[in-house]
Design a protein. Structure first.
Length: 282
């Protein structure tokens, strides 16, 4: 099956439409993998959600931090006053409940043993192998799909602590750390302590810190991982090295591009130039 991974869309529906036309996507035979952050900052988040949901099994998406932020607002854990959010069309839409219910059913990790790829939005701490990551993903997914647990999750989701994995973590601290890894992490130290403030390029990473995929003794190093989230990486393909990484947040919402990469065989990536005004991810 032709399978394409697509970077962070973030409400850029016009570019997404052009991209799927460029790759001649056919939902009867092809599949699209979305690395998360379907919504927010771009102008057409509602159209993006409707499009991806309507694809059914022809689409696989993992949740990103902006997707979780939408759910937190929709279910009352956050107010709607942030000036840089572009979520009002979804929150006021007549089909909002159907869209939000669909969104909260989506995974935070997708593993395809046949293709040999694992997809997350942001990353994994070095202490996690695939089995641990899958177990942690199920914990977060179960919380999202249970009304009471979801309310508790969103009430305690925001924050940067704890910053290091321990299997002894419990309750909201455990779920917050899991959420931060799957949806927010970029760099960490040699012991896996997360630095969630840094958003810059590889060459400016502070001394003693590592991109999560170069952390010493990373237990997921044998996995071929597809991710997004880190737009300063632009298109980063190290699948032919020991890193085994394909990072495809090429900053469409910031004036960059939207890219699709075929996973089932080697081809050149397809890209569509952004129609959004250039700006920085800050």
């Amino acid at each position: 099956m032709p399978t394409y991974a697509i970077g962070d869309v973030q409400g850029c529906y016009t570019e997404l439409s052009e991209l799927v036309a460029q790759i001649k996507f056919n939902p009867d035979r092809d599949q699209l993998w979305f690395v998360g952050d379907l919504v927010n900052r771009g102008p057409q988040s509602l159209q993006v959600l409707r499009f991806v949901r309507a694809l059914g099994t022809a689409a696989v998406t993992v949740l990103g931090n902006h997707d979780l932020h939408l759910l937190a607002i929709a279910f009352g854990a956050m107010d709607r006053s942030r000036s840089d959010d572009t979520l009002t069309q979804i929150l006021d839409a007549p089909d909002r409940d159907e869209l939000l219910d669909w969104l909260r059913q989506q995974p935070v990790l997708h593993h395809d043993s046949h293709l040999g790829y694992t997809m997350v939005h942001a990353g994994m701490p070095p202490q996690w192998d695939l089995r641990t990551a899958q177990a942690c993903a199920r914990e977060l997914e179960d919380a999202l799909r249970d009304d009471d647990a979801m309310e508790h999750l969103f009430a305690h989701m925001y924050g940067n602590q704890p910053d290091q994995w321990s299997d002894k973590l419990r309750g909201s601290d455990r779920l917050r750390f899991i959420t931060n890894c799957f949806t927010r992490m970029r760099i960490c130290d040699a012991d896996g302590r997360l630095n969630l403030k840094y958003k810059g390029p590889l060459q400016n990473i502070p001394t003693g810190q590592y991109p999560w995929f170069r952390a010493p003794k990373r237990r997921s190093e044998k996995l071929q991982i597809v991710c997004g989230h880190w737009s300063a990486l632009d298109f980063y393909d190290s699948r032919a090295t020991d890193e085994h990484l394909l990072a495809i947040d090429t900053g469409c919402v910031w004036g960059g591009r939207l890219c699709a990469v075929r996973l089932d065989k080697a081809t050149e990536p397809a890209c569509v130039a952004s129609r959004q005004p250039p700006r920085s991810d800050d």
